[in-house]
Design a protein. Structure first.
Length: 132
């Protein structure tokens, strides 16, 4: 093999990897939300409502559709992770959380296609001490 051929293969590989990265960023965008717990089940399934850090209020509190699901990837399949998740949220149930994660495919089955609910895979969740 020639150096030119090897260079072309390497460049092609780099282009494919960069394209894959940007495709995944588009398909599953990173989100940063401030939110309060709406409902928490013992299985770890958690509903949050967006929280406006400027007004210090929940966004659109009277709208029954203005909430989103958010859980780490391994909840509820991993019982230890689920127990830790539920305990952390229960101990801080009245707090404002900063949630960093990726937006998965919206759940359009819960209410039907007219009211799809965001589904967030949580990467980091922390208390927002400025707003709690």
């Amino acid at each position: 093999m020639t150096k030119k051929y090897i260079s072309i293969v390497i460049m092609f590989g780099i282009i494919v990897l960069v394209g894959y990265y940007f495709f995944n960023q588009y398909k599953f965008p990173k989100v940063v939300y401030y939110a309060k717990i709406e409902k928490l089940s013992t299985s770890g399934e958690t509903r949050f409502r967006l929280y406006d850090t400027n007004t210090k209020k929940v966004v659109d509190p009277d709208n029954q559709y203005s909430w989103f699901f958010a859980m780490p990837k391994n909840v509820p399949d991993d019982t230890t992770a689920t127990d830790n998740w539920v305990k952390y949220l229960q101990e801080n149930k009245d707090s404002v959380f900063k949630i960093i994660g990726t937006r998965s495919k919206d759940d359009c089955d819960y209410y039907g296609s007219d009211h799809c609910i965001q589904d967030i895979e949580v990467k980091i969740i922390q208390l927002d001490y400025n707003n709690s």
